[in-house]
Design a protein around this ligand. Structure first.
Ligand SMILES: [Zn+2]
Length: 475
């Protein structure tokens, strides 16, 4: 066992060290008792088992000095020595924990430390704080299991509004199948352990799980159970709270969160046709209205309109219909240019930014101000930059991951006051629901951005291609 010695060892350090070094015996359960003592159930395969009950001993009495153990069980002759060693180790560990604890402290409290206080927001941080430092990532059992990570389950499904789950992932040396302990809000579904607020279940194949893995499960349940205080208020955010910038999401959260929060009046969203039905149902379950563009020649995906009222959706679909029906590359008529402006207005975009956009549509979006052609995004950025004094990260629309931006329109300049106000509202809405995402996006938007004349961004820009490099600072 490593990782449980030294200065950052918590109260349970000696016990964790003893249990993870049990070898063939697995600790399957650690349970607090009514008298403040604790019982541990050990199983050694081949029918061998021991139950150890630890209670406080009168000062100086008992084999270990501070605690007394009583035993029952059934151990084959061949395993007597091994089981005696396990009991000895556990007794010494409990005694060591009692030796560090305040006088009169119960065994459970001496082993697990004080329960959490104050308000707790459930998440990977909270679970890490309740398990650490004894059971942080890297802690190993003698039979080669270790906690590889404690994190929110990857790629939570935003569309399903999944409640947040945290998985304690356990790997095995030599490539044995990994498995995880999933910790989530307590409910009545099957669980191997429950605390005041939490349920724990096993996930993953986990074939070939050996004694060390069982012991890790028992320790996680015991520590979370002892440190989860029934008196604290624990809040359970949705999975969105732990979504990071790198997560694969069902929908464009930078559009949906501000829409749901009322910052955006409507959305024009492109999704693969196969996903339209699911999306429309999801929108309608939330009390919003959706419609799909009937005849779309512009994109390989479906165009979906979402608004709060049927009138809002109808106005957007009607204004956009001639635009999506026009053949790509066709010369925009004055009527189409006017309708582009109308769509921007219905989506709530600032009038000055819509005007700058329709002016580009009128002259053809690939035509640069100084003549020549470039990718639409390059033309828009070059034009906005030419009008800008201060380059605000909030209006940066040049990250390689294009969906990662606060403004879903082309800002007329990178210090447009109306666009900055819009970005503030969007950022506040994202921060409230997805704080990690807001933090990561906020950091990513500041700095030097590069776009090639062909529209390639960041690392994808090829050598020799004309580029535009802009430095966004402040946020
Ligand atoms: Zn503007």
């Amino acid at each position: 066992m490593t990782g449980s010695s030294g200065e950052d060892e918590g109260p349970a350090g000696p016990l964790v060290a003893a249990l993870l070094g049990l070898g063939a015996f697995a600790c399957e359960r650690i349970e607090p008792r009514g008298d403040g003592g604790v019982s541990l159930q050990l199983r050694g395969g081949q029918g061998d088992w021991i139950e150890i009950t630890a209670s406080r001993a009168a000062a100086g009495r008992g084999h270990f000095g501070r605690c007394a153990l009583s035993l029952r069980g059934q151990v084959s002759t061949a395993r007597r020595a091994e089981s005696a060693l396990a009991v000895e180790r556990i007794g010494r560990a409990i005694d060591a924990c009692l030796g560090r604890a305040p006088a009169g402290c119960s065994i459970v409290r001496a082993l697990a430390g004080p329960p959490r206080e104050g308000a707790v927001v459930f998440g990977s941080e909270a679970v890490r704080a309740m398990l650490s430092p004894e059971l942080g990532p890297g802690v190993r059992t003698t039979d080669g299991h270790w906690i590889t990570a404690i994190e929110a389950e990857p790629n939570p499904r935003v569309m399903g509004d999944a409640p947040l789950r945290v998985s304690v992932q356990i790997g095995r040396e030599g490539g044995g199948a990994p498995f995880a302990i999933v910790v989530e809000k307590r409910d009545e579904r099957p669980a191997y352990a429950r605390t005041a607020h939490l349920s724990m279940s096993h996930h993953g194949t986990g074939t070939g799980r050996t004694s060390g893995a069982h012991t890790l499960c028992a320790l996680v349940a015991f520590l979370l159970g002892s440190r989860d205080n029934p008196d604290v208020a624990m809040t359970f955010p949705g999975a969105l709270a732990e979504v990071g910038l790198g997560a694969t999401l069902d929908v464009d959260v930078f559009e949906w969160i501000p829409f749901a929060a009322g910052v955006k009046p409507a959305l024009r969203h492109e999704v693969p046709y196969a996903r339209v039905e699911e999306l429309v149902q999801w929108v309608e379950r939330r009390g919003f209205v959706a419609a799909v563009a009937e005849e779309n020649r512009r994109t390989p995906d479906a165009v979906v309109y979402v608004a709060r009222t049927p009138e809002g959706v109808r106005a957007l679909a009607e204004a956009d219909a001639p635009i999506v029906q026009a053949l790509p590359g066709s010369i925009p008529t004055p009527q189409l240019v006017r309708l582009q402006g109308r769509v921007g207005e219905l989506l709530g975009y600032p009038a000055c930014c819509v005007e700058a956009f329709t002016a580009r549509v009128a002259r053809e979006v690939h035509r640069r101000i100084g003549g020549g052609e470039a990718h639409e995004h390059f033309v828009a950025a070059e034009e906005a930059a030419s009008r800008t004094s201060v380059f605000h990260g909030r209006l940066n629309d040049l990250l390689p991951q294009r969906a990662a931006r606060l403004v879903s329109f082309f800002p007329c300049r990178y210090d447009c006051p109306a666009a900055l106000g819009w970005a503030d509202g969007v950022f506040a809405a994202i921060e409230a629901q997805a704080p990690r995402l807001a933090r990561e996006l906020g950091a990513a938007l500041v700095g030097r951005m590069v776009i090639g004349v062909d529209g390639a961004r960041g690392d994808a820009v090829r050598a020799g291609v004309e580029t535009l490099a802009l430095c966004f600072d402040p946020f």
